[in-house]
Design a protein around this ligand. Structure first.
Ligand code: GDP
Length: 384
């Protein structure tokens, strides 16, 4: 009997104690955040207490539209073109160092005899300035220095600077012509042989224009290489610019037409059209580029035809310039890969060949390594 009573008392005590403990544990648990929340406290949230609450989707919003913030977050902000040549000046000076140094070394000799003038001529020719401009510069410099009786190296240097500047053309209009008529977009046709950096240039020009807050549409009229259209589209996506493309092997003119149509529909400022650059036969090229231009102009005027030339190709680049100049009305030149050659004289030669100015120069592989060309900056970098 006593034993039974004792057992009952022990059982009651166990129940009461157990309940108390579990109540206590339960209360402690309630004071702590649930484990899933703890897991989410990352270093980032600790270091940035102002970290906003995660955005919860609004259930009434359509689910297939990505939130606007996602798109703008990934867009790149291209560098403003104004300061680019200043940033790239060092690179230009480095690549053109031997050209500039060669010229200055000859003038620094003090006595300018026939050998010295010949050396000066050789240096200019080696840098691809071209025969006629070289002879012109040497003749002018010779006349000036003799007339003034000057052999002082610093004065000779400033005379050289002026003569080089005169060759490069400080007063040429190098602005990209990209303003259309009657509210229509300006159309820039980019032509050149494959491998010169044409598609890269179109992508970089889109960045130049976006940095100037202009709206752009890209046309991938190089339909012969699917990779070119993909490459262009990627450039566009990085800065929020749409790319109009057609089926592989399709008609380049129809892609050009569609791109301009899209540009008009979107109210875009500029349509940039990449073209195919197979230098098969001159008549084939003429037919193709002529047709692209004609078809585009049913809707909007082509405001600029840019020819892309690879600066490292020397005489070959000049031959390309000649052929393209004959088949299409080139209005400006883009000289790429100037960072990869000491032959900056091609700026002078190619302008002479086509009678149109160099408007942009490529000075590296970076997305913003395309700079508006400036004659004074160029000559100063040469003689730095
Ligand atoms: P496309 O065939 O004419 O369209 O040529 P791409 O645009 O595909 O360019 C060919 C190669 O040249 C790519 O590897 C580019 O990165 C490179 N390239 C273009 N412009 C420049 C430049 O200014 N400097 C250097 N170093 N490379 C460049």
């Amino acid at each position: 009997m006593t034993t039974t009573l004792l057992l009952i008392i022990i059982a009651v005590a166990v129940v009461v104690l157990g309940g108390g403990i579990s109540l206590l544990v339960g209360r402690r648990r309630a004071e702590l955040p649930p484990p899933s929340v703890l897991d989410e406290i990352t270093e980032e949230t600790i270091e940035h207490p102002e970290h906003p609450e995660p955005h919860l989707p609004d259930e009434s919003a359509p689910v297939d539209e990505p939130p606007a913030a996602t798109t703008t977050d990934v867009l790149e902000r291209p560098e403003s073109p104004a300061g680019r040549l200043a940033r790239l000046r060092e690179r230009l000076a480095r690549s053109q160092g031997s050209f500039g140094k060669g010229l200055l070394a000859v003038l620094g000799r003090g006595t300018l005899d026939d050998d010295a003038w010949e050396d000066l001529e050789d240096t200019l020719l080696t840098a691809d300035v071209g025969v006629a401009p070289t002879q012109e510069l040497v003749a002018n410099l010779r006349a000036r220095l003799r007339a003034e009786g000057v052999v002082d190296p610093s004065l000779a240097r400033s005379a050289l600077r002026e003569e080089l500047l005169a060759l490069v053309g400080p007063s040429l209009d190098r602005r990209l012509s990209s303003t259309g008529d009657d509210g229509r977009p300006g159309v820039v046709l980019v032509v050149g042989v494959n491998g010169t950096g044409k598609t890269t240039t179109v992508g970089r020009l889109a960045r130049v224009l976006v940095a100037q807050e202009r709206s752009v549409v890209l046309g991938a009229a190089d339909t012969f290489r699917a990779a070119a259209a993909d490459q262009l589209q990627t450039w566009g996506e990085r800065v929020g610019v749409p790319t109009v493309r057609g089926p592989e092997g399709g008609d380049p003119a129809s892609v050009g037409f569609d791109a301009v149509q899209r540009g008009i529909a979107d109210g875009a400022d500029v349509v940039l059209v990449d073209t195919a650059g197979r230098l098969h036969t001159k008549s084939g090229l003429m037919d193709e580029l002529g047709k692209v231009k004609r078809v585009i102009e049913k809707q909007a005027r082509v405001t600029e035809v840019l020819l892309v030339i690879d600066a490292t190709t020397g005489q070959n680049g000049l031959t390309q310039a000649r052929v393209f100049g004959e088949v299409v009305d080139v209005t400006g030149i883009v000289l790429t890969k100037l960072d990869g050659t000491a032959k900056g004289g091609i700026v002078v030669a190619v302008q002479r060949e086509l009678g149109v100015p160099v408007k942009f120069v490529g000075l590296g592989e970076g997305a913003d390594d395309l700079a508006p060309f400036d004659a004074e900056d160029f000559v100063d970098a040469l003689l730095a």
